[in-house]
Write a protein that binds this ligand. Structure first.
Ligand code: URA
Length: 236
């Protein structure tokens, strides 16, 4: 179920604000009945009309992208930097599911299906995200345990469900560490490593839920299969 104003806005006939005005001014019908209350929930089965015309639903699209460095995870950028949307040729109003920093690479999903995005982002679904981080120093077992037990970032305690040391390089004084988290707080991985005394020099997201980057080079994308989409809905 989605909010009526959101569904109207997603059909492309009005902005979210304009859609709210259309509702409050009595121009919107759901299943033949005028609805003036904002926030009314509707499903895909409901018939929505604006000014007595049925709204057309935009086809749902779903993509997985291997985000390169130097691209922002947003639909537009006021400084005209390249966005993840620029990498996918479509007219659908897709947006990224969650966020990767400008300098973070790796797996990002994009869609115009709000429910699909919510399933993946809602904390109660505890969707796993796996990252590979290059740290400026040699990490010790004690610090790995601290990350698993929980560290405080921005006033809340967050923990990693898995932390695996993959490689250390004494010469460059760096460690490669794979870390699995469930939340998606802003800069979470960098802040967690900061909390145990490291800077993250490079960060790549390798997995989200059951998705991985198999066969996708940096900058490449593909459409999700119907089976993958159904599997996300089954996570609910
Ligand atoms: N955590 C971060 O610090 N950065 C990202 O881009 C993703 C997770």
């Amino acid at each position: 179920m989605e909010r009526l104003q959101k569904v109207i806005a997603e059909s492309g006939i009005a902005s979210r604000r304009k859609a709210e005005e259309l509702i409050t001014s009595g121009k919107v019908k759901v299943n033949g009945k005028i609805i003036t209350e904002l926030g009314t929930k509707v499903s895909s089965k409901d018939k929505i009309e604006v000014n007595n015309k049925p709204i057309e639903k935009e086809q749902k699209e779903y993509y997985i992208l291997n985000k390169p460095r130097g691209v922002i995870t947003s639909t537009k950028d006021e400084h005209h930097r390249k966005t993840v949307i620029d990498l996918i040729p479509t007219n659908a109003r897709i947006y990224p599911v969650g966020r990767l920093d400008y300098d973070t690479t790796g797996l990002i999903l994009l869609t115009n299906d709000g429910e699909f995005a919510n399933i993946l982002m809602h904390p109660s679904n505890k969707v796993e995200k796996v990252y590979m981080a290059k740290l400026n120093g040699i990490i010790k077992g004690e610090q790995i345990n601290q990350l698993k037990d929980g560290v405080e970032i921005d006033g809340t305690k967050v923990s990693a469900s898995r932390v695996k040391l993959k490689k250390i390089n004494e010469k460059t004084n760096t460690s490669m560490v794979q870390i699995t988290i469930h939340e998606g707080k802003n800069h979470q991985v960098k802040k967690m490593f900061n909390a145990v005394g490291f800077q993250v020099e490079k960060l790549k997201r390798e997995k989200v839920a059951f998705f991985n980057l198999k066969d996708l080079q940096s900058g490449e994308y593909r459409k999700l299969t119907p089976k993958e989409i159904a599997k996300v809905y089954a996570l609910k």
